[in-house]
Design a protein around this ligand. Structure first.
Ligand code: GDP
Length: 468
């Protein structure tokens, strides 16, 4: 009898295990944003808050925490063996060093990933009934937003691309900086027999131009994206192309121009397309981090260009049946979040303005786009607070200041940040003195706990429904 009982119990255990496995869920969460937008900091904070700071006080708006259903989260081996692993331990030890001052971790320069297993108590339906403990496997995929901006190239011929990119170089914000490239281009005989080293020289100047535009002006419409973030393609001939003015219909075979066209096509086919096929198509959820405050610092032109880039991106999420994007990839993404990051750089009373500003950018053109089956949301947040709020009394008034150590400085500062506009201003409305938001070093955390602003709202939006 005891043999029968043991067999029954073992079968029951096996059946329960199989049931648990079948009720486990997988979500691929993609994290992107232009370089410096805060992807590395965001992922580090997300993992830290789920693994060692997971409680209802720390994450009150994350349902699974508030309802005390979270059991434990740990990092588990990833499934995608060809993608480098996100270096969580290194990133965390930069923020929480054993000794010395905390520093920001090194930024994302390529795609990388990390897998979390989130164990929780289910409270709904079949899962809640049969499996008191469920597991959500969360694959976090971090990739440079610069790569996403190459998406329109899939639809453009070399001549189309040149027309667009070359005309951008004629605009004031770019023209002055583009002089060395434009001069070298004027001296290059495009119809002459190919001279690989000359092409490489001009391509190097084009790359320097893109990098300089990115660093000095934070302009965003910069292609090809891999010239800014080459990842493993550094130095590959595939990246040695650039836009020229007026591409003729008949291009002499073997000429410099023929080679540029060939490289452009190869780039689209071998770099842009595979990224969408192998990665993007499989994402379930996407967060796009936007550094709105840095764009405001740069001025009207940069902010408007960020807005155009976001809208160009959104146009590709237009899931209407006839959408080119849908025809090509059938993406899975059903939730898209645009997050205005680093809101700890302004006083809490202005967070709303920041959120409204991003909302006005995102919803600028979405009204007439049709989004089938994809939810879009905007929020202002901060993955890691680098400042503390301080009330300062001045002339009988209470000023909501912030306190922190500006990046690169030794002295701590109490400072009153400007109020960001709550909508996209045009050139005439832009304040004469511009905007100046400071950046800060991370705060020392003697208790080894990171602070955030609305990271719990972000988590709830992105994965809350998968943890019920
Ligand atoms: P990535 O290039 O997108 O990976 O960006 P990082 O995560 O490396 O962030 C770039 C820089 O932005 C960091 O070095 C910090 O200076 C700043 N930063 C990122 N996230 C935050 C945040 O949540 N709060 C604050 N105050 N600064 C941040």
């Amino acid at each position: 009898q005891s043999f029968a009982k043991n067999t029954f119990n073992s079968l029951k255990n096996k059946a329960e295990k199989a049931l648990h496995r079948s009720l486990d869920q997988h979500v691929k969460l993609a994290v992107t944003g232009l370089s410096g937008s805060g992807k590395t900091a965001f992922i580090t904070a997300l993992v830290k808050h789920l693994t060692s700071q997971a409680d209802d006080k720390n994450l009150p708006f994350f349902d699974v925490m508030r309802e005390k259903r979270h059991i434990a989260t740990k990092i588990v081996p990833q499934q995608a063996l060809t993608i480098p692993t996100f270096e969580y331990t290194n990133a965390l030890s930069a923020l929480l060093p054993v000794e010395g001052e905390p520093t920001w971790p090194a930024s994302t320069e390529r795609i990388n990933t990390l897998r979390l297993a989130i164990k929780y108590q289910s409270n709904s339906g079949l899962r809640g009934h049969f499996a008191p403990q469920s597991t959500l496997y969360l694959d976090i995929i971090d990739y440079p937003g610069e790569w996403l901006l190459d998406l329109p190239m899939l639809e453009q011929s070399f001549a189309d691309w040149c027309e667009l990119q070359y005309s951008l170089l004629m605009q004031t914000a770019r023209n002055e900086k583009a002089k060395p490239f434009l001069t070298a281009l004027a001296e290059l005989d495009l119809s002459a027999n190919v001279d690989e080293s000359k092409l490489a020289d001009v391509a190097a100047l084009y790359q320097q131009l893109l990098v300089c535009l990115k660093e000095d002006t934070k302009l965003a419409m910069l292609q090809p994206g891999r010239m800014l973030m080459p990842g493993e393609l550094k130095g590959a001939p595939l990246l040695q192309f650039f836009p020229v003015s007026n591409v003729p219909d008949d291009i002499t075979e073997g000429s410099n121009l023929a080679h540029l066209k060939k490289r452009y096509k190869a780039y689209v086919k071998e770099v842009v397309k595979p990224f969408y096929e192998q990665h993007f198509r499989h994402f379930d959820r996407q967060i796009v981090l936007v550094d709105v405050l840095s764009a405001l610092n740069e001025g009207s032109e940069t902010l408007h260009e960020q807005s155009r880039v976001i809208n160009q991106l959104l146009a590709h999420f237009n899931y209407g049946e006839a959408s080119f994007f849908k025809r090509l990839f059938k993406p899975n993404i059903d939730k898209l979040l645009f997050a205005a990051n680093k809101s700890d750089h302004i006083s809490a009373q202005y967070h709303k303005d920041l959120a409204l500003l991003l909302d006005s950018i995102v919803h600028d053109q979405t009204n007439h786009l049709k989004f089938e089956g994809v939810q879009i949301e905007t929020m202002a947040m901060s993955s890691i607070c680098a400042t503390e709020p301080r009330q300062v009394a001045e002339k009988g008034q209470q000023l909501a200041c912030i306190y922190g150590k500006p990046l690169g400085e030794q002295e701590w500062l109490t400072y009153l940040p400007p109020q960001p506009p709550s909508r996209l201003l045009n050139k005439q409305e832009w304040p004469k003195q511009g905007f100046e938001f400071l950046s800060f070093s991370p705060l020392p955390c003697p208790d080894k706990r990171l602070k955030h602003i609305r990271l719990d709202h972000v988590m709830q939006y992105l994965i809350g429904d998968k943890l019920t």
